[in-house]
Design a protein around this ligand. Structure first.
Ligand code: PAF
Length: 283
């Protein structure tokens, strides 16, 4: 496995792979890799001959500077894990490599409709930061496929839209959320939880599942379902940010009669802000 820090070294390897007719998949990450990330790499290998994993804690997508400085950086351990699986190249650019003119002088990509709902509403500029860094990574790696987890469902749709709107020649592959035994979605932020909170945190997923059951039973009073779920999360010790039932493909507010739904939630527990979502397909 190669470890590459510069765009020129990355491009040289990509060119060599292209000459040998290899297909390429990229898995963009911010490091602190866990089993969920490793499942994305495994999926990438199903799609392409060569897999590139990028590790870059992108300052442009952090609305809260203390969140950026606290974000866990475990590059040596990440590299060790990647050497044990099917990863061909790790790209670990510095902020100077990603933003050589500085972040204030960086041309940015903004996806309409991303900052008026769900996580975009409370994290100003977050999705512009994601869209910008992902566009740069796509242009640097020139991969055939890019693989992202469904845990960040709104992010996945933002990226699909930017690829479509800007005609970027890459296929986006979404991968089901990797969960711990108690249902908690794997996340780098789970390590901010105490052992007891770790058990409590499963309540977020359970709340989503109980909403799905109500919807499957024909309850279409979305507002009431959401408000009951918010109270339930509070009772379980969370500080909920939102619980929302949306149309799965656009994230527009769901209305009675919609069939393909996504149930999404974000809530604080102790020092962690947790997000999760599940699909709900009504017959
Ligand atoms: O999901 C993440 O880890 C990040 O938002 C991403 C897609 C790597 C962009 O920095």
């Amino acid at each position: 496995m190669q470890i590459v820090e510069t765009v020129s070294a990355l491009k040289a390897q990509i060119k060599a792979w292209r000459r040998a007719d290899h297909t390429i998949a990229v898995v963009p990450t911010m490091g602190n890799l866990h089993q969920g990330h490793l499942s994305l790499v495994a999926k990438a290998k199903e799609y392409a001959d060569k897999v590139v994993v990028s590790i870059f804690v992108n300052p442009l997508q952090f609305d809260d500077k203390s969140d950026l400085s606290a974000y866990p950086r475990t590059i040596q351990h990440d590299i060790e894990q990647l050497t044990t699986i099917d990863c061909d190249l790790v790209f670990t650019p510095s902020a100077d490599v990603m933003y050589p003119e500085g972040m204030d002088n960086q041309t940015t990509v903004s996806v309409p409709g991303s900052d008026d709902k769900l996580c975009g509403k409370n994290r100003v500029g977050h999705f512009d930061g994601v869209a910008t860094v992902v566009t740069k990574l796509f242009n640097m790696v020139q991969a055939d496929f890019a693989v992202f987890g469904e845990k960040d469902y709104q992010q996945l749709l933002v990226i699909k839209k930017l690829v479509q709107d800007l005609n970027i020649p890459i296929d986006i592959v979404g991968v089901a959320t990797y969960r711990e035994d108690n249902g908690l979605a794997m996340s780098s932020r789970n390590q901010y939880l105490t052992q007891q909170q770790h058990q409590q945190a499963a309540g977020l997923y359970q709340t989503l599942v109980s909403i799905e059951q109500k919807l499957q039973q024909g309850d279409d009073n979305f507002e009431q379902i959401q408000s009951v779920a918010l109270s339930e999360l509070t009772r379980l010790g969370f500080e909920p940010d939102y619980v929302d039932i949306r149309q799965a493909d656009t994230l527009a507010q769901a209305t009675s009669g919609d069939k393909a739904l996504r149930i999404l939630a974000a809530a604080r527990l102790g020092k962690a802000r947790l997000i999760d979502n599940i699909a709900c397909n009504l017959a």
